[in-house]
Design a protein around this ligand. Structure first.
Ligand SMILES: Cc1cc2nc3c(=O)[nH]c(=O)nc-3n(C[C@H](O)[C@H](O)[C@H](O)COP(=O)(O)OP(=O)(O)OC[C@H]3O[C@@H](n4cnc5c(N)ncnc54)[C@H](O)[C@@H]3O)c2cc1C
Length: 400
């Protein structure tokens, strides 16, 4: 078995496959280690914001994502039980001139991993990484085909998701905001909704939200967002109707759901931003959810993951020293994740802070935002590049 690789990537999902593909295209000897022999629906991200679509384009994977396994959806419609819906034309109003890219997550994973392999990345699958010793030449221990295999590389990449073991082996300290929200997701077919738009709805008092992404062929990924303390988590077939009832109670028009069929697993997660500072240390670099899993209720995880892949790829291309390249990536990651974290925290604070002062502010700020939407840092179009300094904060909260 060939073990002569420059880079080993632990995890072959969006982050690992996209990085493996990008590095293989540059002639780097790269190995991707993925434990699952087949990807299944774990209720994960299926709507990538326009700023993520722009990242996909910069990585030359946009067509892979939109031809065959997904599509670019041009509109975002904000529904409001009390007034007419507001439809945003995303390509016309975002700097990258892109829509929202949507797909069935397991199909996206298979497609990217196959593309990485076709570009020259070696994929060991199923293979389970059980240990990594950090160092100038990090050493990985891998279980594959019933035996253990060791290999040393120049750079070991942790693309192993929100419960990353690479973080533990690398000695990284994980930081986490308190679990404030819960997101429940399920796959629906046959909703009576326009498939050229993402649909969102917020009930202003409770902050409960419904988000529906059309993913093609009359299928839709539906999410329901509530406070983490708001009743019991919805899970499994027995809660399929309760999920629909929760959407209706939030203000979803009954016509949307009249013919709804539940065609995938229903699962709930208590969520919050979770990250490490400076995701490089001693031969181990972290990307995607392993580096920073942003609160999925704001739908930035897929885009952030591709920002990581592009940033690491560009630093590796610009710097022949593996360690210096990874250090530079980690510096940039701190900056852009910090910016996104700030912007999403303002949004969370506005929607969910409690008490009479917070409620009065909510009413006042929402009115200001309705009259002048430019006050809102546009994290759909710009992600972490939206204004996020003190002046932006004051403008958002109407303190200017
Ligand atoms: C409920 C929910 C809804 C979401 N909705 C959205 C959304 O609408 N929009 C959005 O942008 N983002 C969303 N996200 C976030 C998005 O799904 C993630 O940011 C993204 O999938 C992260 O990809 P990743 O490659 O970093 O991690 P993962 O997809 O978790 O991949 C990690 C991979 O590593 C493999 N692995 C782990 N350990 C090992 C090991 N030891 N050896 C070998 N392989 C290993 C796993 O098998 C897996 O394939 C959502 C997340 C959740 C939980």
């Amino acid at each position: 078995m060939n073990t002569d690789f420059e880079v080993a990537i632990v995890g072959g999902s969006l982050s690992g496959a996209a990085l493996g593909l990008a590095l293989a295209k540059r002639g780097i000897r790269v190995l991707i280690l993925e434990r699952d022999s087949m990807f299944r629906d774990r209720v994960r991200g299926e709507g990538m914001h326009p700023w993520g679509a722009a990242e996909a384009q910069a990585l030359s994977i946009l067509e892979l994502l939109t031809d065959g396994c997904g599509q670019e959806v041009p509109y975002w419609t904000r529904h409001n039980p009390a007034s007419t819906p507001v439809r945003r034309d995303l390509p016309a109003t975002t700097p990258g001139k892109r829509g929202c890219v949507t797909f069935y997550h397991p199909a996206m994973q298979e497609r990217l991993l196959r593309a990485a392999s076709e570009a020259g990345a070696v994929v060991w699958r199923p293979s389970l990484v059980v240990r990594v010793a950090p160092g100038q030449r990090p050493e990985l221990t891998v279980q594959i085909g019933g035996r253990e295999q060791s290999l040393q590389v120049h750079l070991a990449v942790g693309a192993d998701g929100r419960n990353s073991r690479m973080r533990v082996w690398g000695g990284f300290r994980v930081q986490k905001d308190p679990d404030l929200l819960r997101i429940s997701g399920v796959l629906h077919a046959d909703l009576d909704l326009d498939e050229s738009s993402v649909h969102s709805l917020e009930e202003p008092v409770s902050g409960r939200k419904v988000l529906i992404f059309p993913i093609g062929g009359r299928s839709f990924r539906s999410y329901f967002v509530s406070r983490a303390t708001d009743g019991a988590p919805l899970s499994g077939e027995r809660h399929a109707q309760t999920f629909l009832d929760a959407c209706l109670a939030t203000g979803a028009p009954p016509i949307w759901l009249k013919h709804a069929r539940t065609v995938g697993p229903l699962a709930s997660f208590n969520v919050a931003d979770q990250w490490v500072e400076h995701p490089y240390c001693d031969g181990i670099v972290l990307i995607g959810d392993a580096a920073a899993a942003s609160d999925p209720c704001y739908g930035c995880g897929l885009s952030l993951t591709l920002r990581d892949v592009r940033t690491l790829r560009d630093n590796i291309a610009a710097n022949p020293d593996w360690c210096a390249a990874a250090e530079a990536y980690a510096d940039e990651h701190d900056r852009y994740f910090g910016a996104l974290h700030r912007i999403l925290s303002w949004n969370r604070n506005l929607s969910y802070a409690s008490g009479p002062v917070a409620e009065a502010r909510r009413t006042r700020v929402r009115d200001l935002l309705r009259r002048d939407p430019r006050r809102w840092p546009d994290f759909l179009g710009l992600g972490p590049d939206a204004p996020n300094d003190e002046a932006a904060r004051r403008r958002f909260f109407g303190e200017d």
